[in-house]
Design a protein. Structure first.
Length: 575
């Protein structure tokens, strides 16, 4: 047999091959030149799969919290209305669905307190009927935020079912956990722009490593902060003004242009516009477009988060934090509760809608029909097409209205026909919901003393964060390093999955009040780290050192010194 050589060019989505003889000339095999390429699909990360799994876990834990809320209220609701929770559970099932309990068809949540065909919360209906006749027509008796607002401000007894629904709403949509302040010390206040921009400057200094000039001038920070918080100014104008202040001009035209692009993208992201984070992170060759105000922003970030360096991750974290604080300042002005702020939005929406309808009454019927179509899509009563834009839709209908320019500015700022439920509500921290829950408990505990049951959690920190038993359902959170509340052995036996690593102290039901009695925090955290550790490709069976470990950092420093100093002669070993 002739001597031959095989050459392989192995890539991420293809393998090129060739066969040559001893003179390195291509051979022929079965009448064909022995050269070719095999194409295949490039390997993908598990980011998308992980996102779906995280969402399933989040929704499952929400149901878990609401299950314990039902357990607390059930014996007391039984005395008032024994079928209330069962009716509530079936309220979203269509009457013709075989799963619908026929005994509950046509029955309301408050059949004993409401007249036939009457809708709303009974206490709100009473409050409406106490008002002068001319003020009753538009009183929002079906609005959950109005119910919450009334409960924190009114000194009167509410029906226990109403109390349950208000608490249920708070526990279900309890806000984020980005701020670690205890509820008694938490308040929406001044944003520390000096600290935020200092963190960004340090990250850019590390990222540029002396090969770039982008930085945020400390002398401009105060002015930038004022612009970012100026809600009277149109949002687009604020973005352009902030971008101009962030610009860094140098002698090199190309670098000046790049700095301008960074400034523009950063100002857009902080104010909730869509922009390319790759520009902000100086990640040339990538395209990471995100809109932090979008419901899918977390999913979009997860797609590229693993590719970020520490400095780039710091930049993303700080920009996300700034966006959240600025949006929170717009959604819940200082001194107001969440429900009071949401009702401000409600009344603003009502006034603006009435103004539009008054104008359309003077226009052709086709204009009114077109507005109804746009409005129904906007409020979710009709399906939206991809790229739906309220501003564009209203411009065709209202552009001839005298104050169109004013309406257009409000649209651009997100202040025309504002909705109570938007993805931007995700910036509200859980402490604000808990503060509202505490006020409801303190008002209604006069009539239902059991609402003020002290927190039975065994951990001192839990009792400090949550004064009442109900509070624990809002303040309690399973740490990321614990993962699913099932041991690996049980998960493998029941579902065949391998995404659990929790270590148990003892058997028994896990509740929000006894987590650390049942789960070993230290061992679970260690297992979390170990499952992510891989083996070295050079020193087989040895664990890879963390990139930020002291030993590996020392190795990097010595290696850098070796390359830079001609006097440094000893070889540097990784060991």
């Amino acid at each position: 047999m002739k001597e031959y050589h095989i050459g392989l060019d192995i890539g991420t989505s293809s393998i090129g091959w060739a066969v040559t003889d001893s003179q390195f000339k291509l051979m022929r095999i079965k009448g064909k030149t022995a050269i070719g390429v095999r194409l295949f699909e490039e390997g993908k990360t598990a980011a998308e799969r992980r996102t779906f799994r995280t969402t399933r876990r989040r929704l499952k834990r929400r149901k878990w919290r609401l299950h314990y809320l039902d357990k607390i209220f059930a014996p007391h609701l039984q005395e008032v209305d024994e079928n209330f929770l069962r009716r509530l559970k079936q309220s979203n099932i269509h009457p013709e669905d075989p799963a619908k309990n026929q005994a509950f068809i046509g029955k309301l949540l408050f059949p004993d307190l409401l007249k036939k065909n009457e809708r709303g919360y009974p206490t709100l209906i009473k409050m409406r009927d106490e008002l002068p006749v001319e003020q009753r027509a538009h009183y929002p008796v079906t609005n959950i935020y109005k119910l919450r607002e009334a409960m924190i401000n009114e000194d009167r007894q509410f029906d226990l079912r109403e109390v349950y629904l208000a608490v249920h709403h708070i526990v279900k949509y309890r806000g984020h956990f980005l701020n670690n302040a205890s509820v008694d010390k938490f308040k929406v206040g001044r944003i520390d722009f000096d600290k935020s921009f200092n963190v960004l400057n340090e990250a850019y200094e590390e990222l540029q490593n002396g090969e770039g000039s982008f930085t945020i001038e400390p002398s401009k920070v105060e002015k930038i902060g004022q612009l970012l918080l100026d809600t009277k100014m149109r949002k687009l104008d604020r973005q352009k003004a902030v971008a101009k202040l962030l610009e860094v001009k140098v002698a090199d035209k190309e670098e000046t242009k790049r700095n301008k692009q960074i400034a523009t993208a950063m100002s857009k992201l902080v104010l909730g516009y869509k922009a390319d984070f790759a520009t902000v992170a100086m990640a040339n060759g990538n395209e990471w477009k995100i809109d932090l105000s979008s419901e899918t922003s977390e999913d979009e970030i997860e797609k590229f988060r693993e590719e970020l360096s520490d400095a780039q991750n710091d930049i993303l974290t700080e920009i996300t934090s700034l966006f959240s604080q600025i949006m929170l300042n717009e959604i819940v002005p200082n001194g107001m509760s969440i429900s009071e702020s949401m009702m401000d939005r409600y009344w603003m929406h009502e006034r603006q809608l009435a103004e539009v309808k008054e104008y359309l009454a003077t226009q052709p019927a086709s204009a009114r029909k077109e507005f109804d179509q746009v409005y129904n899509k906007y409020i979710g009563q009709a399906p939206k097409e991809k790229g739906f834009d309220l501003e564009k839709g209203l411009k065709k209908i209202l552009s001839k209205k005298e104050n169109w320019k004013e309406i257009d500015e409000l649209l651009k700022a997100g202040d025309f026909l504002p909705k109570q439920r938007t993805s931007a509500n995700g910036v509200i921290p859980h402490q604000m919901h808990q503060q509202e829950l505490d006020r409801i408990i303190e008002k209604q505990a006069k009539y239902y003393p059991w609402l003020a049951t002290e927190n039975p959690a065994t951990g001192e920190r839990d009792r400090h964060q949550a004064k009442y038993e109900l509070d624990q359902l809002v303040s309690f959170r399973i740490p990321y390093y614990v993962g699913p509340l099932v041991t690996p052995e049980v998960q493998k036996a029941t579902s065949g999955a391998k995404f659990a690593w929790a270590k148990r102290k003892e058997d028994g039901e896990i509740t929000p009040w006894n987590l650390w009695d049942k789960i070993d925090r230290a061992e679970s955290a260690e297992a979390f780290i170990k499952r992510m550790t891989v083996k070295d490709t050079y020193l087989l069976n040895e664990d890879v050192l963390p990139a930020n470990s002291l030993l590996y950092q020392k190795y990097n420093v010595l290696n850098e010194l070796k390359q830079r100093s001609s006097e440094w002669t000893p070889p540097i070993s990784r060991n």
